[in-house]
Design a protein. Structure first.
Length: 529
């Protein structure tokens, strides 16, 4: 049974993250659509409705998967912070992808074409197809479209709404017959654009493990530019850090440093997003990836093979590196690097010593209580700060016992500091749940090549992308090369500072305070039309 879940719109530029819209249809040999059911379901306020298929071309083997798309509090601006001297544009976007199954078979990821897509009518929009390897050209089988970014093509804010969006699904390439019984699901994840350009690593403060410029004082931030060759050493022109680097070396030539720009998930993975993921896996795969012990506000459970959660809007905790990698491979995203983490928080702005993600060193210092706990409008009832940054850490979270709803600090009138947002509008980069990025502290992490997932997992439920940390025997089954950044509701203040790297190479078992957030490199190889 599919559910329609309604959440309040989040004010200002903080909308929401995930939905799944399912179309179940039966196509018989006559080619007539004999049965069609489209039931909307959403976690938070982004919606896909009216999913159908149209424009079948049996000679070339494609359908156009058609749907309507909307979300509240969308934005695009050509200068995110006028007056700060950086003059960078910024927008939010939906990453949209399609899953299908034939009859009662296993769910598969739909291969999209390089062209033949459209954004329909409504809000003027741009559609960009993404492929697993953005450094090489589209190929229908070896490097197909795995999803599409849809976002405003003009400056503006408010509700984004387009009707009749179409994605060309090359079902023939996927080996699907012209006429068969199909289930189709359309998913999306809310993302934020991070512009290309230089930025600094390290704040100039005294954070544990902090980055600094090699060959200089240990409080001198390192400027990342496109001319940096990726050297890791305590010498001029190289990146170094306090106590959290093994021997020197260099990053892989394709290691995503952040200077190239990228898209980041606006929020860490929510419990509803993770449930949607689990419900497209086989029982073997889902058993490998699911946590159902029901502690620390994690409400995921399973009944007759169907997963659900009592806290759909709360950030999903107890995620291992392997869980997060599987979710990102399945959705066509990739892991964030710890360099991208600092850019997501700081942007191109000058560092502030010992700063948090909102760009100051001031933070709320009294225990929060919640109103409407567990609901779509879960919010901070007491001790919400209007002058300092809000974040979940040991003091503020002391009476709550787990992570809170993603985007919980956004209100009708909140600013960046009050919402605890990074420079670009990305939420909860300090506190709530740990981020799980790729580290630069060791050779395994430095060899990350930045490829994206192709939508498919191994039969045992593992990610399997070449060059991702943890790949062993063709599957990501270990966590070496990953780390932790940003702190959690269970950590003290130093750990949630942007430049704190005390756990930058930490690996370990499933934990109550660990979440996940994925990114994508900017689309380059193909463009929708």
């Amino acid at each position: 049974m599919h559910r329609f879940i309604h959440l309040q719109a989040i004010p200002k530029r903080i909308a929401y993250e995930s939905y799944v819209q399912q179309l179940m249809l039966t196509l018989m040999v006559t080619g007539l659509l004999l049965f069609s059911l489209a039931l909307p379901a959403r976690a938070n306020n982004i919606q896909v409705t009216n999913v159908t298929v149209t424009g079948q071309n049996t000679a070339e083997g494609y359908w156009l998967v058609q749907f309507d798309l909307s979300w509240g509090n969308s934005w695009r601006t050509d200068n995110i912070f006028p007056g700060d001297g950086h003059d960078v544009g910024n927008w939010d976007a939906a990453w949209v992808f399609v899953k299908y199954r034939v009859g009662e078979g296993e769910w598969q990821h739909a291969k999209l074409h390089s062209s033949g897509h459209s954004t329909g009518t409504g809000t003027p929009a741009t559609l960009r197809i993404g492929v697993p390897n953005e450094r090489t050209a589209f190929h229908s089988t070896d490097n197909p479209g795995v999803g599409a970014f849809i976002y405003r093509s003009q400056d503006g804010s408010g509700t984004f709404s387009t009707t009749g969006n179409q994605l060309r699904w090359n079902y023939g390439v996927d080996g699907v017959p012209n006429f068969t019984e199909l289930d189709i699901r359309v998913f999306a994840i809310e993302m934020v654009y991070v512009a290309p350009g230089a930025f600094q690593l390290g704040s100039g403060g005294n954070e544990t493990g902090r980055f600094h410029a090699g060959g200089s004082t240990d409080t001198t931030p390192f400027l990342v530019t496109e001319n940096w060759g990726g050297c890791i050493a305590n010498t001029n022109g190289c990146l170094w850090a306090i106590g959290t680097m093994d021997t020197g070396g260099s990053l892989h030539e394709h290691y995503p440093t952040g200077v190239e720009g990228f898209y980041s998930m606006k929020y860490s993975v929510s419990q509803q997003q993770y449930v949607d993921f689990l419900n497209t896996l086989t029982s073997t795969q889902a058993n490998m990836r699911a946590y159902t012990a029901g502690t620390n506000r994690n409400g995921i459970s399973v009944n007759n093979g169907v997963y659900a959660t009592t806290n759909p809007y709360v950030a999903n905790n107890f995620m291992t590196w392997m869980d997060g990698a599987a979710y990102l491979d399945w959705s066509g995203l990739r892991p964030m690097t710890e360099l991208e983490y600092e850019k997501a928080a700081r942007g191109p702005a000058a560092p502030v010593a010992n700063e948090y993600a909102w760009g100051t060193a001031q933070i709320a210092g009294s225990a929060y209580t919640l109103s409407n706990a567990g609901g779509g409008d879960e919010s901070i009832a007491t001790n919400y700060s209007t002058t300092a940054g809000n974040a979940m850490y040991t003091i503020t979270a002391s009476t709550i016992g787990g992570p809170v709803r993603v985007g919980v600090f956004a209100t009708v009138s909140s600013n960046r500091v009050q919402t605890g947002a990074g420079y670009w509008g990305i939420m909860e980069l300090s506190g709530n749940l740990w981020e799980r990025p790729v580290t630069v502290a060791n050779t395994t992490g430095r060899n990350f090549t930045g490829l994206h997932g192709n939508g498919m997992l191994t039969s045992n439920g593992h990610a399997a992308v070449a060059g991702w940390p943890g790949l062993s025997g063709g599957a990501i089954t270990i966590s070496t090369g990953s780390g932790l950044r940003g702190g959690s509701y269970g950590n003290n203040l130093p750990q949630i500072q942007v430049s704190d790297r005390a756990a930058a190479a930490s690996i370990g078992p499933r934990d109550r305070a660990q979440g996940f957030r994925g990114v994508r490199s900017l689309p380059a190889a193909v463009e929708g039309n």
